[in-house]
Design a binder for this molecule. Structure first.
Ligand code: DAH
Length: 340
């Protein structure tokens, strides 16, 4: 019996040595220590022993059982730990590996230039204001000194919501709102959408963008107007482009000018793109605020003077990025937009 017990011990030792899974250890446990297990079988034979031998053998049997239980438990713990380590290694995540770059997009060139100009004007002490796209006829035309027979008032030029409201045809009404709200002195700009009953072509669209600006203070002169406009255009296009102020007519300014910059295609020599003039299409209108406009907003033109300007944001972007077709800015074609 002693031999059997010793053999049992060796067998289990070997089984445990070669065991490579928790399941195989569970099986070994059942096979040797279970109710119908090999140890139990041997112990059943105890009855056949003499009264003298029985306690001795009993003691050995207990030791063997303790040994079996202990070593099985030990091997079990060892395997569980190994399994845990394997899982940790398998699921290891290197958080320092750079992630795959996603296409995250960027600002539309119009939004980018608008922000660039807003930042620039903010740095020069201007307020950045907003105005509504549906305007009163009063703000859009009347208070801007626009004569009743001015062609821009026609239905063929301006979209009317009803007889007193229009889709604003320019951002100039924001000047009126600003002067009424803040009085003088005042420095403001306002960028936004404007609407005209225009046919679409390479440089026209029924919806386009403007940036309006107004400065009202004592002793404001054309010198202030020119230096401000030049500063802005140099900031946008760089030193190499020259600016040209051409006399023009606007109801709300006197005198008035239109401004162009050197043709970016030929550098001013004259080419097909600029019809041989050497200058870009007109980029903005400006002038000294008409005394009637100041008066309409409760500002005394004997005390205050001012200058104003309205820039075509889309056209500025077209010149800046050498885009030859205004429609590209509104088509939202990703192939176009990805170039910026
Ligand atoms: N509102 C004019 C337009 O849309 C542009 C303009 C010209 C705005 C002169 C001004 C200005 O503020 O002084 O054509």
């Amino acid at each position: 019996m002693l031999d059997k017990l010793m053999n049992l011990r060796e067998e289990v030792k070997e089984r445990l040595n070669s065991a490579d899974s928790i399941q195989s250890i569970m099986d070994t446990k059942v096979e040797y220590l279970g109710k119908k297990g090999k140890l139990t079988d041997i112990l059943k034979e105890m009855g056949k022993l003499s009264a003298e031998e029985r306690p001795k053998m009993g003691k050995v049997a207990n030791e063997i059982r303790d040994y079996l239980e202990g070593s099985i438990e030990e091997k079990m713990t060892e395997l569980k730990e190994a399994e845990k380590q394997a899982t940790i290694e398998k699921e290891y995540l290197d958080v320092t590996i750079p992630k795959k770059q996603k296409d995250i997009g960027h600002l539309h060139p119009l939004a980018e230039t608008k922000r660039q100009l807003e930042d620039l004007f903010l740095s020069m002490g201007f307020k950045v204001l907003d105005g509504p796209e549906i305007e009163t006829v009063e703000n859009n035309f009347d208070l801007l000194n626009s004569p009743l027979d001015h062609p821009s008032r026609d239905m063929s030029d301006t979209f009317y919501m009803d007889k007193d409201h229009v889709l604003r045809s320019h951002t100039s009404p924001v000047q009126i709102r600003a002067m009424k709200e803040y009085g003088a002195p005042l420095k403001m700009i306002s960028a936004g959408r404007t609407f005209r009953n225009d046919e679409v072509d390479d440089t026209h669209s029924p919806m386009f963008h403007q940036i309006e600006g107004l400065v009202v203070d004592k002793n404001i002169s054309i010198a202030n107007l020119k230096s401000t406009i030049k500063t802005v255009l140099i900031e946008l296009f760089g030193q190499e482009l020259d600016t040209r102020f051409r006399p023009h007519y606007f109801p709300f300014t006197e005198p008035s000018f239109e401004v162009d910059v050197t043709c970016t295609n030929c550098g001013g020599k004259g080419c097909e793109k600029c019809n041989g003039t050497g200058w870009s299409m007109e980029l903005l209108g400006c002038g000294m605020v008409h005394p009637n406009v100041l008066r309409n907003c409760g500002i005394d033109p004997e005390v205050y003077t001012g200058f104003a300007f309205g820039m075509g944001l889309d056209r500025l972007v077209m010149v800046k990025h050498d885009i030859n077709n205004l429609r590209l800015l509104f088509d939202n074609d990703k192939r176009f937009l990805d170039q910026f």
